[in-house]
Design a protein around this ligand. Sequence first.
Ligand code: DGL
Length: 263
Amino acid sequence: MATIGVFDSGIGGLTVAKAIADLNAYDKLIYYGDIAHLPYGDKSAAAIQAYSVRIAEFLVAKGCETLVIACNSASASATDLLKEYLGHKIKVINVIDPMVDYVVKGFPKKHVGVIGTKRTIDSEIYQNLLKSKNKGISTSAMATPLLVPVIEENIFSEDLRKRIIEEYLHHADFQELDALILGCTHYPLLKKDISEYMGPRVSILDSSEIMGNYLNEFDPQNKSVTTEIECYASDLTPFFEESASRFFGKPIKMEIHHLMNIF
Ligand code: DGL
């Protein structure tokens, strides 16, 4: 039985989880949303590492053989630690490496923008990995933290969403981009608005789309099964349950699992 675990700080990672479920390659997908500690993006790397270790241990205990860190802030802060600590028990994949590989192949010598949380952007992980793999790629990066509450709070006002997007992306560094990486798992939910603002010349790159292809190579399962979905959260909110059901297109019952012994 092939079981894959996916975690994020909240609902954003559901974009990646849905893309994985659509592969029909795993018997079971277990999703964990760490709502109690959301947002990760303004926490210290040490705090994110502590949460990530507890979540990964839970997913290992649940029988997962593959772990997807579907949160850029956790991918930037905890990938090395999780590989070192649990790599003998579980294959660890993050959302940053597949994106970097994709950009290196598809956008050599191009100007690529990255937006994400403060934790992800301050870590400079995208900028450094892209530069180390292809010196011809130039990058502009910006933390855009207000975009997360826009999604978690389910802001329907198109006007307000557009004003926040413009406030960030009107910056001079973002005017001549060839591609823009949505370096936060929540942002694909604003892809249409961001794409409209940036215009058709700029490719908007979304991890959930890229992850499917990457997993086919990294963890080939060669199966055609219907993936059973199990969802857990560190705090239960009706919005989370509703969002999961909407994403997966079927009723999802969320269960609570507290992360013990940490702040
Ligand atoms: N999921 C987080 C990420 O991709 C964004 C939300 C948060 O700050 O927790 O970085």
